[in-house]
Design a protein around this ligand. Structure first.
Ligand code: PEP
Ligand code: MN
Length: 251
C-alpha cells in the first residue's frame, strides 16, 4: 500500500524538509513535491503563472531523499525535465494528467527507464478526459504493469458544481483492480479541489485501491499552487491513522 504525501510544489529546502519530516513520521511511504508547476492560465490575478523552482526544486527533492531515506515523486512534463529528474536520482517520475496523452514524452521516459532504471517505477495520472482503456494504453507505452502505478485524479463530468473541480471515478478504479494487474492509487486532493473532502475521499480510496497521494502543507493557504485542496498537518495525521488502522479501525 502507498501513502504518498507532500506539498503541491517544492517552495524551499526548509518547507520541503519540514513537511517531509512530518509526513514520514506519520507513516508516509513516499514524499511528493512538484518542481515544475504550471497553472491553467498563463496570467493569474495579473501576475505570470507560478512555474515552480525547476532544477533547484529537483535538487531539494534529492536532499530530502538523502536526509530522510524516503523515495520522492516528481512530476515531469518534458524530456528535458525527465533527464533532470533522472540525473538527481529522484526515485519516481510522475506523468501528470495533462500529459497522459503525450506519447512522445511517454516514449522518451520509457527509453530512459529501459536504459538506466529498468526496475524503477512511474506514476501515470489519468487524463481528465481519458477512458480507462486509453489510460491503460498510455501505461503500456511506459512499459506496462511491472513499471507503472496508475493514479486516478478525477475526470471531467457534466456536473460543473463550482466548488468541486473533478469527479473521482471509483468505478474506473474498481475496474482496474478487478480486471488488470496494475497497481492503482487515488489522488483525492486534485480529485476534489476541496481540502474539506480529502479525508472522506481518502477513506473511500483506501477501501478499494492500493493507496493514496495527498497534498499536505503546514500552512495550506500559503501554497503558491492548489491551496484550496491542500490539507494541514492535523488532517494528514488523521488520514495516516486511517491508513495504518484500516477504514474500520484496528482489526
Ligand atoms: C500534481 O499532482 O502535481 C498535478 C499537477 O496533478 P494533475 O496532473 O493530476 O493535475
Ligand atoms: Mn497540485
Amino acid at each position: 500500500m502507498f501513502l504518498m504525501a507532500g506539498p503541491c510544489g517544492v517552495e524551499s529546502r526548509d518547507q520541503a524538509f519540514r513537511i517531509a519530516e512530518f509526513v514520514q513520521r506519520q507513516g508516509a511511504t513516499h514524499f511528493r513535491g512538484g518542481a515544475f508547476k504550471g497553472q491553467n492560465r498563463p496570467i493569474v490575478n495579473g501576475k505570470p503563472e507560478y512555474l515552480g523552482l525547476g532544477e533547484e526544486g529537483v535538487e531539494i527533492l534529492a536532499k530530502v531523499q538523502d536526509e530522510f531515506k524516503i523515495p520522492c515523486v516528481c512530476d515531469v512534463q518534458s524530456k528535458e525535465q525527465a533527464y533532470l529528474v533522472a540525473k538527481y536520482n529522484i526515485k519516481i517520475m510522475m506523468v501528470g494528467a495533462r500529459n497522459m496523452d503525450n506519447l512522445c514524452l511517454l516514449r522518451d521516459i520509457r527509453y530512459l527507464y529501459d536504459k538506466y532504471n529498468p526496475s524503477g517505477q512511474i506514476i501515470l495520472k489519468r487524463g481528465p478526459s481519458a477512458t480507462v482503456d486509453e489510460w491503460i494504453g498510455a501505461a503500456e507505452h511506459l512499459g506496462g504493469e511491472d513499471r507503472v502505478v496508475l493514479c486516478e485524479r478525477g475526470i471531467s463530468s457534466f456536473d460543473r458544481t463550482p466548488q468541486t473541480r473533478w469527479r473521482l471515478d471509483f468505478v474506473g478504479v474498481a475496474h482496474v483492480k478487478k480486471y488488470t494487474n496494475y497497481r492503482i492509487i487515488v489522488d483525492p486532493s486534485h480529485g476534489s479541489g476541496d481540502r474539506e473532502l480529502v479525508s472522506l475521499l481518502s477513506k473511500a480510496a483506501l477501501a478499494i485501491s492500493d493507496g493514496i497521494m495527498v497534498e499536505v502543507h503546514y500552512d495550506p493557504d500559503s501554497s503558491p499552487t492548489d491551496p484550496k485542496q491542500t490539507i494541514d498537518f492535523d488532517t494528514f495525521k488523521e488520514i495516516a491513522r486511517i491508513y495504518k488502522e484500516g477504514i474500520y479501525g484496528r482489526k
